[in-house]
Design a protein around this ligand. Structure first.
Ligand code: MN
Ligand code: MN
Length: 465
């Protein structure tokens, strides 16, 4: 009797793998496999947007700029400077009743090349880097790194760079001290063990074959680059080159229940929401998918969510529906709902002390809702209204989606943020809602395949609501 009452009254987080039917289990593994394949082609924001455009084009989406007029059912997108993207399906209801937004980000922590990166020291050539986003620097040494990005020459010619992903490509690495001589380094605090300025990438060691000239190794490297891409050293000043782990996303565990891959924060939510959107047909409220950039460095700049580019996209929809009028955009925001689809810190039993286990997100228990983020007394948080959380719970429960409500870690232990507050500040009802991750921001992050599936189901249900 007590057990029965407990079952009725307790809020028990359900194990996703338990009682999973064969058919559904198959779907869990299928979507995870597509996700891994997508990730391996989309390690940077530019690559993600390129793949997303391809998928959208294949599924009948068109650039909003090619439309004079929009109608119910139209599938549109807008790409902002190759690094962020908004997609939408025009709903049956009038847009004044609000839009349903799912917003993730496609940038991930990494190392960027400095504007003047190339130097030679003691017959070794290096690229200097400046890290992007919150990284633990020691994790980025002695691993294979690949080079991705663009170099734009002064005449506008753009060269795509992608070295280190194919089996026969060379890779690059950042060296670290041998333990035999690391006595001093090992006494330092972990955060000071590797200096940011020392994250220099080893890229060459053969000198240019001419006895008189100085900096022969640097010259040889520039000569190789000049022959291959037609560039000179000055062209690096107008480039965006990112160093990311060269290893592939893979299934993890003897039971293959998990995924290890670079950049899952937040490409796991970006991919699952994008995939869900591709399968939508008719929606009541206009459905919008945001793939934003620069979240990892505070969402600033014209490809980040703090810019007015998203307002521009919505205004363009209002214009092309032929209904725009002063302040209509504000009204649309006020009646809109959003899932800020960003990853959550998964509970790690090895580092249990940072989490409150009653309020943590666990791997394999489904999508994780964070009512608020922030730090030190919810500072900087967008705290979702109870009414809206209830609406989201109802949507999930109606669709038999297992979910958990969590917070990032113990009180005062740290904190973080997402793009949630940016849309909430415009009047949208927003809650953070994503996949729990282990080793977040590390070169190799871990997720559960069940949670990837759960995210996909959640996003689809939200737009279908
Ligand atoms: Mn994130
Ligand atoms: Mn992050």
């Amino acid at each position: 009797m007590g057990e029965e009452l407990k079952g009725k009254l307790f809020n028990q987080k359900k194990d996703g793998w338990k009682d999973l039917e064969d058919k559904e289990k198959k779907e869990v593994f299928e979507i995870s496999e597509s996700y891994i394949n997508f990730l391996n082609k989309a390690k940077t924001e530019r690559e993600f947007i390129k793949q997303a455009k391809k998928l959208a084009d294949e599924n009948g989406y068109r650039d909003i700029m090619t439309f004079d007029k929009l109608n119910t059912g139209d599938k549109i997108y807008f790409i902002n400077r190759e690094k962020s993207m908004y997609l939408a399906i025009i709903g049956e209801k009038t847009i004044e009743e609000g839009v349903h937004i799912i917003g993730s980000h496609v940038d991930s922590p990494r190392l960027d090349l400095k504007p003047n990166p190339l130097y030679e020291d003691t017959q070794l050539a290096y690229f200097k880097t400046h890290y992007y986003g919150g990284i633990k620097k020691y994790q980025w040494t002695t691993i294979p790194l690949s080079m991705h990005g663009v170099i734009v020459k002064a005449n506008g010619e753009k060269i795509d760079i992608n070295i280190g992903e194919n089996e026969d490509d060379p890779i690059f690495t950042i060296t670290d001290l041998l333990p035999h001589l690391a006595q001093e380094q090992m006494e330092k605090k972990l955060k000071n063990g590797i200096e940011g300025e020392n994250l220099s990438l080893l890229i060459g060691s053969i000198p240019y074959d001419d006895g008189k000239v100085s900096e022969k190794v640097k010259l040889n490297i520039l000569n190789i680059l000049n022959k291959k891409y037609g560039i000179t050293e000055a062209d690096f000043t107008s480039s965006e080159i990112e160093l990311v782990p060269a290893f592939k996303g893979r299934s993890l565990g003897l039971d293959e229940s998990m995924i290890a891959a670079y950049g899952q924060d937040d490409k796991v939510c970006a991919y699952t929401s994008l995939q869900a959107m591709m399968e939508l047909q008719n929606v009541k409220n206009t459905a919008i998918c945001i793939l934003s950039d620069k979240e990892e460095i505070g969402s600033m700049g014209n490809t980040g969510m703090e810019s007015h580019m998203f307002d521009f996209f919505l205004s363009e929809i209002l214009n092309k529906l032929g209904i725009n009028r002063p302040n209509l955009l504000d009204k649309v925001f006020c009646f809109s709902k959003m899932l800020s689809s960003d990853v959550d810190a998964g509970y790690d039993p090895i580092y249990a002390s940072v989490s409150d286990k009653y309020n943590a997100g666990f791997l394999g228990k489904g999508i994780s809702l964070n009512k608020y983020t922030g730090s030190r007394g919810k500072s900087g948080a967008s705290d979702a209204n109870a009414e809206y959380v209830a609406w989201v719970r109802n949507m999930l429960e109606k669709n038999n989606i297992k979910y958990q409500v969590a917070e990032l870690g113990k009180v005062d232990i740290g904190g973080g943020g997402t793009i949630a507050y940016i849309l909430a500040n415009k009047g949208v009802d927003v809650i953070d809602c994503g996949v729990p991750v282990l080793s977040m921001h590390a070169p190799y992050e871990v997720t559960s395949k069940y949670d990837v599936y759960s995210a996909y189901k959640t996003y689809k249900a939200f737009w279908t609501e």
